[in-house]
Ligand binder design. Structure first.
Ligand code: IDP
Ligand code: MG
Length: 148
């Protein structure tokens, strides 16, 4: 079963969209493995977005991610990485189709509510950045045979 790292960024928390966004992942059939409200430090934000270092939006992105609470979420399920990416929509809220999280809740490129890992390899690395091993739970969900 695949795992992925999702972040509900500070705009999602400030806009009180945490419940609405988490519901989409849950109702799709993904299950919660880890959940943690974090005030990201600059070091943590830099590590998470290391791949974007040097880009013109990098400093603003760090300021944004460290500006308030982020809900770190580890989700598990069949094809979890790709499923989360498709539920999120495109980076730019204005270009994201209705029905996606970014398409339904935002217009911004930067303040786009959610992060989702873009490959299983990056997911493994990112889960390690945000969670300690004992913060990730292994358990059997009742009725999981109906979901996949
Ligand atoms: P993704 O979150 O859809 O994977 P990435 O290209 O990995 O998009 O960019 C990481 C984050 O950086 C985005 O989610 C968004 O918050 C921000 N970002 C990306 N491109 C821009 C830009 O052109 N201007 C401002 N912020 C950007
Ligand atoms: Mg990305």
């Amino acid at each position: 079963m695949q795992r992925t790292l999702v972040l509900l960024k500070p705009d999602a928390v400030h806009r009180r969209l945490v419940g609405a966004i988490l519901q989409r992942f849950e109702q799709k059939g993904l299950r919660l493995v880890g959940l943690k409200l974090v005030q990201a430090s600059r070091a943590l934000a830099e590590k998470h977005y290391a791949v974007h270092r040097g880009k013109p939006f990098f400093e603003d992105l760090l300021r944004f991610l460290t500006s308030g609470p982020t809900l770190a979420v580890c989700l598990e399920g069949r094809e979890a990485v790709a499923v989360v990416r498709s539920l999120m929509g495109q980076t730019d809220g204005a270009k994201s189709p209705p029905g996606t999280i970014r398409g339904d809740f935002g217009l911004s490129v930067q303040n786009n509510l959610v992060h989702g890992s873009d490959s299983p390899e990056n997911a493994a690395q990112e889960i390690e950045i945000w969670f300690k091993p004992d913060e990730l739970l292994n358990y059997q969900i009742a009725g999981s045979e109906w979901v996949g």
